[in-house]
Write a protein that binds this ligand. Sequence first.
Ligand code: GSH
Length: 239
Amino acid sequence: MIDLHYWPTPNGHKITMFLEETSLPYRLVPVDIGKGEQFRPEFLAISPNNRIPAIVDHAPLGGGAPISVFESGAILLYLAQKSEQFIPESVRGSTEVIEWLFWQVGGLGPMAGQNHHFSRYAPEKIPYAIERYVKETNRLYGVLNKRLADREFVAGAYSIADMAAYPWIVPHEAQGQNLADFPHLQRWFEAIKSRPATIRAYDLAAKINPDPTMTEEQRAILFGQTAQSITGKRPTADK
Ligand SMILES: N[C@@H](CCC(=O)N[C@@H](CS)C(=O)NCC(=O)O)C(=O)O
């Protein structure tokens, strides 16, 4: 059994998308990041960066003590290796998947994340910041669109590289992007969206957090973090 410490956000969806594709048994452990549950000592013990997702595999390959993994890219790789699915066996094939997985976790995710922050959540609208991240998101969409021009998926068959990127394309409108400008990306997006596992993953999300609107208290917890936040002193609305 695998425990998935999860909240329905783009990085959380990556892992439910994977697990719903496979027959690996798993249990969702909600971590309400708007309430600050990511700072609980028991969660920090498995996810020292106070971010979801994280997993604990109670039956790792080779036996022994449970293995915990944090960082969505590391989790996807771990699960792909464990299940021998969604990553090719060959050196060439797996290297391509890993390249695009790192491209997502190092580029598309953080840049689109800053785009969300400045376009949607920042208390003041800073045109320079918004333009910077909307343009960078646009560039990254262009990279993915070009990559998909002559192939069905990002790297060979449907893989963890696709699962990592898809949830960050879902909020394309909020990111100031028009999918119609990226026809190959749009075709790929629609194909993944209609996979039964993707539908199940997003249905789960709606059950765990039916109201994703952000309150002032949640904003303070999520955007007021400093090094102190992981010492047991949580940011609050009056800080
Ligand atoms: N690089 C991390 C990023 C994870 C991340 O940013 N998770 C967000 C939700 S999408 C989170 O847990 N935020 C809680 C917080 O900011 O305290 C990964 O890919 O797993």
